[in-house]
Design a protein around this ligand. Structure first.
Ligand SMILES: CC(C)[C@H](C(=O)O)[C@@H](O)C(=O)O
Ligand code: SF4
Length: 783
């Protein structure tokens, strides 16, 4: 590893610095990616792009795929194959497409018949695929989960998935450093989920924008790895790019014996641990934002509204929006209460619940299930609870829980015991809420329609969800259960012996067996091959990026803050395997009052805004939430090429530029209000990118704006950045050789073997005959 720089560094600085392949004067950085997780929702268009351009996956040994979002969580006893198992056409197409792609590109894949299948953020850590000090990406916003290991892990969009598949690198820039220090001791019944909900309530959903959060302090240090994962998982709900925890003995203990971690006790393990121990922030390292939380202020927490920042202690009441600070917040609060069917002043413990969901990448690990089972044991769910689901995060978690008899505890109490998947976290599979049903949920997002159209979600910890199931209302778990401490404190240090006396499932199957299983699970003919002559129509991937210089058109005014990507394009439209055709579904829930019936109040249903090319939003944090690139695709397909707002969520911002769209952050209130006034008046607005000016219809300047040089360059010239990165092949392979020498454990091991000898890659980046967006011969390539 490079010697530490003189200036004191944070954990984030250290991991980031160690992965820089190339740095430009304007701060644009080519970052090497060690680990790439792939799932069925955000990858089809990326693989299609590779195929059209005749590109290969550069590092199949650093790539791991599974299906999780679309899969039903019903029994798999009769499973023959995924195509006959999934009833819903679009879900089936996405899953089958992933199977075809892993076969075509030679990627290790855990399918439904493999015990290691599960939610992508559960299986990576479980396999030891996630390691301290690595860079980890996935086309999924909750990739932040993996930061619990001291990895720099963040979500990316589909264009970036394609970029990483082709180059194993990403174009990015440095983030700000943010520190959330939680000191003291958690009170009995308070768990890591309460810590993170409390923190988000404090900083807000945009509090971490542009930053990587390091969680530290005595509370974090005392938590198990699984509890740290729950916290890092929800960093994205705090608007951050990633969350991280410095690795320590608890981390190393967890990694011992994991199939893809260096073999415990080997020379490589010792070398790795020595390096991992260096991954701590230097004592005098500087943070751009510092937040302190005293553990004694955290009590079991639930959400009341439709944003994860709307938190309240379970002992509280539904807040009154009239007491909120601004008119905008009051209006938003009233809408939320109407949506949630709540009346201000109602004690939370009086709110009646219909369904309970214990699962998701936040809380579906073995400790979560143990903690919930301890609350449930010997009790029955309340008679008003229509369904209570326990959905283990992976097949291995399910096995372990069954070995400990937890499944019996749950089913005796009236819960359903399901197979692994994302399930009711987001209704892309059959597990959904009916309209107006209220759910006590251990997931991470309570957006409108998240768990099903018009469904009402309250986020909380597993023990709190278990308590809600027993009581039939939102409930204070401390009243129905005894605790000796936090449900998650250091629980992973001493592996709990299983009821059946078996070892932990991660250790149960030797690597070789894993390898056999992996091979058995590959769809037939799994040798990698790329058909270089294919050009599919309708996907939009081969059309070339149109150049963006001057855009003049109608601008639609919006005023709401935190417009999330679930609102821009809801989950049911993520099942496409194309980039086009989503325009009619843009802002679906707000735009239509019933299928095919327009809501006349929604701005895009009124003239002249039906033909808007620009959106001017005065509310901050546009595009927060999920990493779905479907959000910019839907805007683009509708005809909107640019959004002007006070601030944007990071992943959405990146995704938009990759599609030739211009996102303009304008912080000055006066400036944005001037542009907003033109929009409200229905007059055209002009965006002049080369001169970085926004003008009115007559050409008078309304304000100027900033844009990063590299992004501007790509937009103005319509450049494909994968092609640009591939020009840096020498630098990338030099970097890989250095990594192979210094951190050899990062080259695929176990069933993810690096092909080739002596550090030479068997899979070489192919010369590019054609990019996925245009012809390389006619595109300028230098930047
Ligand atoms: C489907 C995927 C793009 C999405 C995400 O990025 O988060 C999903 O996992 C979610 O939780 O909304
Ligand atoms: S947040 Fe939900 S839908 Fe997204 S990856 Fe996690 S479990 Fe799946």
């Amino acid at each position: 590893m490079p010697a530490a720089e003189k200036a004191p560094q944070t954990l984030y600085d250290k991991v980031f610095q160690a992965h820089i392949v190339d740095e430009k004067l304007d701060g644009t950085i080519l970052l090497y990616i060690d680990r790439h997780l792939v799932h069925e929702v955000t990858s089809p268009q990326a693989f299609e792009g590779l195929e059209v351009a005749g590109r290969k996956v550069r590092r199949p040994d650093c790539t791991l795929a599974t299906t999780d979002h679309n899969v039903p969580t019903t029994s798999r006893k009769a499973l023959k194959d995924i195509a006959s198992f999934i009833q819903e056409d679009d879900s089936r197409t996405q899953c089958v497409t992933l199977e075809e792609n892993v076969k075509k590109f030679g990627i290790t894949y855990f399918g439904l018949s493999d015990k290691r299948q599960g939610i992508v953020h559960v299986i990576g850590p479980e396999q030891g695929f996630t390691l301290p000090g690595t860079t980890v990406v996935c086309g999924d916003s909750h990739t932040s989960t993996h930061g619990a290991f001291g990895a720099l892990a963040f979500g990316i969009g589909t264009s970036e998935v394609e970029h990483v598949l082709a180059t194993q690198c990403l174009i990015t820039k440095r983030s700000k450093n943010m520190r959330i220090q939680v000191d003291g001791e958690l009170a009995p019944g308070v768990s890591s989920k309460d810590v993170v909900l409390h923190a988000i309530g404090k900083i807000g959903t945009a509090g971490g924008t542009g930053a990587v959060i390091e969680f530290c302090g005595s509370v974090i240090r005392s938590l198990s790895i699984e509890a740290r994962m729950s916290i890092c998982n929800m960093s994205i709900e705090g608007g951050a790019r990633a969350g991280m925890v410095a690795p320590d003995d608890i981390t190393f203990e967890y990694l011992k014996g994991k199939p893809l971690a260096p073999k415990y006790g080997s020379e490589e393990w010792n070398r790795a641990v020595a390096y991992w121990k260096s991954l701590r922030s230097d004592p005098d390292a500087k943070y751009d934002i510092d937040v302190f939380i005293d553990a004694k202020d955290i009590i079991p927490t639930v959400t009341w509204g439709t944003s994860p920042e709307d938190v309240v202690p379970i002992t509280g009441v539904v807040p009154d929006p009239d007491t909120f600070a601004t008119e905008g917040k009051k209006a938003a609060g009233r809408r939320m209460l109407e949506y949630m069917g709540l009346v201000p002043g109602t004690p939370l413990e009086e709110v009646v619940v219909d369904k309970v969901f214990i699962g998701s990448c936040t809380n579906s690990r073995i400790e979560d299930l143990r903690a919930a089972a301890a609350v449930v044991k010997g009790k029955r769910i309340a008679s008003n609870i229509k369904r209570a689901l326990i959905v283990p995060g992976s097949g291995l978690v399910k096995d372990q829980a069954e070995a400990e008899g937890l499944d019996k505890v749950f089913t005796d109490a009236g819960f359903e015991w399901r197979e692994a998947g994302c399930s009711m976290c987001l209704g892309m599979n059959p597990d959904i809420l009916a309209p107006k049903e209220r759910c006590a949920s251990t997931s991470n997002r309570n957006f409108e329609g998240r768990q099903g159209a018009q469904g009402r979600t309250h986020l909380m910890s597993p023990v709190m969800a278990a308590a809600a199931a027993i009581v039939g209302k939102l409930a204070d778990v401390r009243k129905i259960s005894q605790f000796n401490g936090s449900p998650h404190i250091e629980a992973s240090v001493e592996p709990t012996p299983t009821a059946s006396g078996k070892a932990h499932p991660d250790e149960r199957i030797e690597s070789d067996d894993h390898e056999k299983e992996a091979l058995a699970d590959q769809p037939e003919d799994s040798s990698p091959q790329v058909n270089t002559s294919v050009t599919r129509s309708g996907g939009g991937v081969s059309a070339g990026l149109p150049k963006f210089t001057v855009l003049k058109g109608i601008a639609a005014p919006m005023e709401k803050a935190n417009i999330d990507t679930d609102a821009i394009i809801p989950k049911q439209f993520l099942k496409t395997i194309k980039r086009t055709g989503l325009g009619s579904a843009l802002f679906y829930e707000m735009r239509y009052s019933a299928p095919g019936v327009e809501n006349p109040d929604f701005v895009l249903n009124r003239e002249p805004f039906r033909s808007a090319k620009i959106i001017v939003c005065t509310g901050a944090n546009f595009g927060c939430g999920s990493s779905r690139e479907h959000a910019p695709w839907a805007l683009n397909d509708f005809g909107v090429k640019s959004v002007i707002a006070p601030s944007f969520a990071d992943i959405f911002f990146n995704n938009s530029f990759k599609n030739g769209m211009l996102m303009i952050p304008i912080q000055s209130k006066e400036d944005i209000e001037r542009v907003h006034a033109e929009a409200v008046a229905g007059r055209e607005v002009e965006i002049d990118l080369p001169n970085q000016l926004i003008k009115d219809a007559d050409g008078n300047t309304l304000c100027s704006f900033d844009v990063e040089e590299f992004r501007k360059h790509c937009l103005v010239n319509g450049l494909d950045d994968i092609g640009l990165t591939m020009q840096l092949e020498d630098k990338i392979s030099d970097f890989e050789q250095k990594m192979s020498r210094e951190t050899p454990w990062l080259d695929g091991s176990g069933y993810l073997k690096r092909k080739g000898v002596g550090g030479k890659l068997a899979v070489k980046a192919a010369p590019v005959p054609k990019t996925n967006r245009g012809d390389v011969k006619t595109e300028p390539l230098e930047w």
